[in-house]
Design a binder for this molecule. Structure first.
Ligand code: HEC
Ligand code: HEC
Ligand code: HEC
Length: 131
């Protein structure tokens, strides 16, 4: 007869080893990014808000930046009117990065997590960050 005890022990050892890569990675995989808004420009705001709502920015900032670029480069229009009527100069460097001057703790924090590396900084100047 088979030794069911040994088979079971073997099975358990196999499962533990086979799932080890996932078990070990767990802490890393669930560590959600926490982008920081602790910058001089944002700290001065009475009401801390982005160009559009946080949810909108979270999901749509890539398209927004694309639209901004197209508007500026193709249409020569630099004025963006937000949903709340506030006006912004459509500029990656002078608008987004003026508030989000902590690129490494803000943009990169999320982008590293999802492994995207926007190539914008090949040309656009990233804010200087004091370490
Ligand atoms: C006037 C300052 C200001 C400007 C300009 C600005 N932001 Fe923001 N941004 C903020 C603040 C403050 C928050 C946090 C909002 C909140 O918590 O409701 C934020 C939130 C965000 C978020 C969501 C972060 C999260 O934790 O989900 C993204 C993404 C973002 N901004 C990207 C951009 C981009 C891209 C631009 C330029 C198109 C931009 N921001 C321009 C101040 C600004
Ligand atoms: C809350 C998290 C978060 C923050 C903060 C954030 N991003 Fe993103 N960003 C993402 C995600 C997620 C994607 C990938 C979207 C996709 O693949 O569809 C992305 C994609 C992009 C892209 C398109 C890149 C590509 O290769 O498709 C650009 C450009 C971009 N982000 C700019 C910025 C800038 C500039 C900032 C800082 C001002 C910023 N993002 C802050 C989450 C964030
Ligand atoms: C090959 C160089 C290059 C790359 C890469 C590049 N840009 Fe640009 N971008 C430019 C030039 C040149 C202008 C025109 C500057 C102007 O007229 O103010 C511009 C203008 C813009 C503008 C409007 C003006 C301003 O001051 O910001 C936005 C927004 C913009 N780019 C976003 C992006 C984003 C987002 C990425 C990455 C996904 C990106 N660009 C990648 C060269 C580049």
């Amino acid at each position: 007869m088979y030794d069911s005890g040994k088979i079971l022990a073997g099975l358990i050892i196999f499962i533990v080893i086979a799932t080890l890569p996932f078990t070990l990675n767990l802490g890393k995989a669930v560590a959600k990014p926490s982008p920081s808004i602790d910058t001089p420009a944002i700290n001065q705001m009475a009401k801390k808000q982005c160009v559009e709502s946080k949810d909108y920015m979270k999901t749509t900032h890539m398209q927004m930046l694309n639209n901004w670029r197209d508007e500026v480069v193709r249409e020569g229009n630099r004025l963006y009117v937000a949903a709340d009527g506030k006006e912004y100069n459509m500029s990656l460097q002078n608008t987004c990065m003026n508030c989000h001057s902590n690129k490494s703790k803000f943009c990169d924090e999320c982008h590293n997590y999802v492994a995207v590396k926007p190539y914008c900084w090949d040309c656009h100047i990233a804010p200087k960050e004091g370490v």
